[in-house]
Design a protein around this ligand. Structure first.
Ligand code: SF4
Length: 230
């Protein structure tokens, strides 16, 4: 496993800025072209899809979301379904009993506390049953256009290795990145970092010799040829 950095090895702010400019210029993808999370800008569907995505492959999440939304498209209609109907529809996403329970509680809370309308802020989303920091950031960003950088496993790894941000968990890295990233980068940094994590700073074989932010990266193993097996 690659080592992660101590707090003392964080990139200085000017290197964070320079790295994000480089990634902006090298990586494809922005929030205008993208759809999401999980291919939807409908906040309610985004919440359900994000809940279903826990420990599920994207294609299975999409299959489960589509099956469920063929049965019901609103919190009211969702609650009119039997538990068995929900479980059967979301089975492809796994953990279906727990996820069905979460969906029901989420819909109940949404109706009782928000008249069925999904709140449009990260803090409001975080109050909802079944919505964690990553889902809240994704939905606030994609569905409501808020400038939060949602952190997934790829972005967490990139930040931990390079020193862009610190933290052990995705939520901690997201909070650190929120503090450290310049405002101009926040609307689209999720896409640059995600593509960079998938294509260059990969989990098992980071392509350090070809990395455009290598001069700023603080990853101790970046100079070790044994780490790089392209
Ligand atoms: S130099 Fe290597 S470890 Fe550092 S950001 Fe680039 S790919 Fe990742």
């Amino acid at each position: 496993m690659p080592k992660t950095l101590p707090a003392s090895a964080l990139m200085p702010p000017d290197h964070v800025e320079a790295s994000l400019r480089i990634l902006r210029d090298h990586m494809p993808g922005d929030s205008v072209r993208a759809r999401g999370p999980k291919q939807s800008r409908d906040p309610f569907r985004s919440c359900i899809s994000c809940m279903l995505s826990a420990q599920s492959l994207d294609r299975n999440t999409a299959k489960a979301t589509q099956a469920l939304f063929q049965l019901a498209r609103t919190p009211q209609d969702m609650l009119a379904l039997s538990n068995e109907e929900i479980v059967d529809a979301i089975r492809p996403a796994g953990l279906y009993n727990r996820k069905a329970g979460n969906i029901r509680r989420f819909c109940e809370q949404l109706l009782v506390e928000h008249d069925g309308i999904v709140p449009d802020t990260r803090d409001g989303l975080l109050e909802l049953h079944g919505i964690g920091r990553k889902c809240a950031d994704l939905i606030a960003h994609f569905a409501f256009g808020r400038p939060h950088i949602a952190v997934d496993t790829h972005i967490r790894r990139v930040c931990q290795r390079s020193g862009l941000a610190m933290g052990k968990t995705e939520a901690q890295v997201a909070a650190s990145l929120d503090d450290r990233a310049p405002e101009w980068a926040k609307p689209d940094a999720h896409f640059w970092l995600l593509q960079f994590g998938k294509r260059v700073c990969r989990s098992r074989t980071p392509l350090c010799p070809d990395c455009p932010i290598r001069p700023f990266c603080r990853y101790p193993a970046k100079t070790d040829p044994a780490v790089v097996r392209p």
